[in-house]
Write a protein that binds this ligand. Sequence first.
Ligand SMILES: NC(=O)NCCC(=O)O
Length: 389
Amino acid sequence: MDGETVSLETIINNNLTGRDLEEFNRIYYGRRDHHEVKLKDTSIAAAKDADFEIAAYAFPAKKEHTRPPRIVKVGVIQHSIAAPTDRPVNEQKNAILTKVKKIIDVAGQEGVNILCFQELWNMPFAFCTREKQPWCEFAESAEEGPTTRFLRELAVKYAMVIVSSILERDENHADILWNTTVVISDTGNVIGKHRKNHIPRVGDFNESNYYMEGNTGHPVFATRYGKIAVNICFGRHHVLNWMMFGLNGAEIVFNPSATVAGEAGSEYMWNIEARNAAITNCYFTAAINRVGYEEFPNEFTSADGKPAHKELGLFYGSSYFCGPDGVRCPGLSRTKDGLLIGVMDLNMNRQIRDRRCYYMTQRLDMYAESLRKALDLDYKPQVVHETEK
Ligand SMILES: NC(=O)NCCC(=O)O
């Protein structure tokens, strides 16, 4: 990936200094400095050794009289695939698990409480090809599959909740596939799973050839460290999807994604959507995207008259956290594997709700009524025309 822009932050830091940089940070990120958290020397050394980026930032809340702080260490991992896509399925999957295990170990040693991966982290994002073989063979049981079993052990070892997005094969329902995120408790049990609600039909994102829209609603998982939810990739364009997780009490919403720099993936929206969701719903968000180019054995077309090609484009990483106050941290690189840690005081959610009153001023009754009307077959949009005098 020589020649690719490393990150927005690199551009800023290479070009701004002193007061200009502080002012940029204040206006763009929401605070003058990034509240960097010191990492262990061993973590920095391990990251260098395994060639991944590591960074940590704090999101403190105000001290309260009646509640102690609720500090949670949240980690997200972004990464590229680890073997060529023409290798046998299990070889590709194991190569990813082996590579990512080194990052999970560092997260564990840093005391991360909740760890989330990118969308379908244990496989290439092969849905652009529209081929069923061998890609459907990456699917596994959410509860008992090899990836979940691998993670259950690590969850117990590090007392860590793990949020793992996989291609699910539902053996109890005629073997059908789903885009599913599994939430594994620090006890090693599967707390539950959520299936992707919004399936893209844009550019090379041909996922609708493989699985349907999810049937699990908007679950919030009550973990030992806080209430969490998962808005899977394309769901980040759907504000009501974000809203429902908030109404169900989520304190942190993860957005595991696989998205590229071109028109279909819309990199310029990336920095806005999970951030806006954090602001309007007064919860923490974590946006996680894969990195690298993934070349497939056979050419495919995008049905746009352009030449057939073998890759989707650059998965641009840039994973980041945003707090309910709208303050975000710098993103990870666009091109490199990475571990991002956020030290979050979950008390901030209620503090921001009290201050900004977005929930109190919400007009759910009005919207429910309007939505009900909009669904009627004989719906007339509420458009007011000028009348002739
Ligand atoms: N994986 C996925 O849903 N990608 C869709 C493209 C995007 O909107 O980011």
